[in-house]
Design a protein around this ligand. Structure first.
Ligand SMILES: Nc1ncnc2c1ncn2[C@@H]1O[C@H](COP(=O)(O)OP(=O)(O)OP(=O)(O)O)[C@@H](O)[C@H]1O
Ligand SMILES: [Mg+2]
Length: 259
């Protein structure tokens, strides 16, 4: 067990991915390499349409790259049972209540597993302020509620690696802050590896060990920024705005180049 600790959780090497469009194939990911060690919290920023969700799909094994390789916990491509993936579209099942949606993963394992997960689910539903909606169907939930339900469902997958695609996008500032804190608690308590996609530089710098900036399409890695400031000191550290400025410069510089 100890020996595995040093291994990379995610290793993506020279990934390229293209899609077929009306005018022929177009490149979405261009030679993207990314290594995330076990227990690391990495955020990814980049312009809309730059290929962030596509990259997560490739890492999760839902899309095949044209070139390059992905290794999850040292394993060759295939089925990656150690990944829980919260996709950008919440993908709640419309015919299941909120409660049955959040417990989907344990239920797929066994009834006993579902019973075991129910306690944790109840706590999370309480923390996410969704107790009043357990019997509600997704169509009757707001966007933010659906997003919270999808995040609970992802956490209840109980996997070591979390891929989170804009998990806080539809939330108000106060709920977002609470859930960011909760995610950090889960990350620390269970030693998870997190790759989080966000459009929010503040969020990326506040939460992560490292921030990766992807370019506009075709997505390339423009820069990686380690955040060496202890989490509790980030809000007040004079280094924080400097780091944010450097990251923004990379993002804005890319947008300017593209125009
Ligand atoms: N399955 C698909 N088939 C064809 N084109 C696709 C497919 N998935 C994504 N694309 C295209 O790939 C490009 C990148 O999309 P992607 O969703 O990865 O961007 P993104 O960086 O996640 O954007 P956003 O920040 O808006 O979520 C877009 O031009 C999109 O239209
Ligand atoms: Mg996306």
């Amino acid at each position: 067990m100890k020996a595995l600790q040093a291994e990379s959780a995610i290793e993506a090497l020279s990934l390229s991915k293209s899609f077929q469009g009306a005018q022929g194939r177009y490149l979405v990911l261009d030679n993207v390499s990314l290594t995330i060690t076990r227990g690391e919290f990495v955020s990814m920023l980049g312009p809309s349409g730059g290929g962030k969700s596509t990259l997560l799909n490739v890492l999760a094994g839902l899309e095949q790259p044209d070139e390059g390789t992905v290794r999850i916990e040292g394993r060759a491509p295939g089925w990656y049972p150690s990944i829980a993936y919260m996709q950008q579209k919440d993908l709640l099942l419309p015919w299941r209540t909120l409660w049955d949606n959040v417990l989907l993963a344990p239920e797929l394992k066994s009834r006993a597993e579902k019973r075991r997960a129910a306690d944790t689910a109840r706590k999370l539903v309480h923390e996410f302020k969704l107790e009043g909606f357990l019997r509600t169907y997704p169509a009757q939930l707001s966007g933010g509620m659906r997003q919270r339900a999808a995040l609970i469902r992802t956490l209840l997958c109980d996997q070591d690696i979390l891929l989170l695609d804009e998990p806080f996008g539809a939330l108000d500032a106060i709920t977002r802050g609470r859930l960011q804190a909760l995610l950090l608690r889960v990350w620390r308590a269970y030693g998870k590896t997190v790759l989080l996609v966000t459009h929010d530089v503040d969020e990326a710098v506040l939460l992560s060990d490292r921030v990766v900036v992807l370019s506009a399409m075709p997505g390339r890695v423009l820069g990686e920024y380690a955040i060496p400031i202890p989490q509790h000191a980030r809000a007040a550290s004079p280094e924080t705005p400097r780091l944010k400025a450097r990251i923004l410069e990379t993002l804005v510089g890319d947008a300017t180049d593209a125009s």
